[in-house]
Design a protein around this ligand. Structure first.
Ligand SMILES: [Zn+2]
Ligand SMILES: [Zn+2]
Length: 136
């Protein structure tokens, strides 16, 4: 289990309830936009503004704790994990992490040192496929 408190300290950031809440939300939600984070935290922190979330996200990005993705032209954030690609359902917009084999990452890093892997795979998720019925 990822200890969010430790993660912040390790990167030299002060542990604040807001930062912990933002990270917790990302941990549970997987990939969220700033508006989605705001909506999820509003009940818990009514005084938390979009600007404050933005400032904190920026800091977390800078320290390499979270990473930013652009999906359907929307910025989504997630906690940094091992390199992986993303499956995006074209129907419901669901985002799922897909494991990238270490061999691929190694090959890429050899050819393009310090590259960042951002792979997107588009299709229809099993749930959306299921809703059409199983006649076929
Ligand atoms: Zn779907
Ligand atoms: Zn991901």
């Amino acid at each position: 289990m990822l200890l969010l408190r430790e993660l912040l300290r390790e990167k030299g950031l002060k542990v604040t309830p807001q930062r912990l809440a933002i990270l917790q939300t990302l941990k549970e939600g997987g990939h969220l936009s700033i508006e989605e984070i705001y909506q999820k935290l509003y009940a818990q922190f009514p005084s938390l503004s979009l600007a404050t979330i933005y400032k904190n996200l920026h800091l977390l990005l800078e320290r390499g704790i979270i990473t930013e993705l652009a999906i359907h032209n929307r910025h989504k954030f997630e906690i940094v994990k091992e390199p992986h690609s993303h499956f995006i359902c074209e129907k419901c917009g669901k985002i799922e992490d897909i494991h990238l084999s270490p061999e691929i990452c190694e090959k890429l890093n050899q050819k393009f040192p310090d590259s960042r892997q951002e792979v997107y795979i588009y299709g229809i998720c099993p749930r959306c496929r299921g809703e059409k019925g199983e006649k076929e």
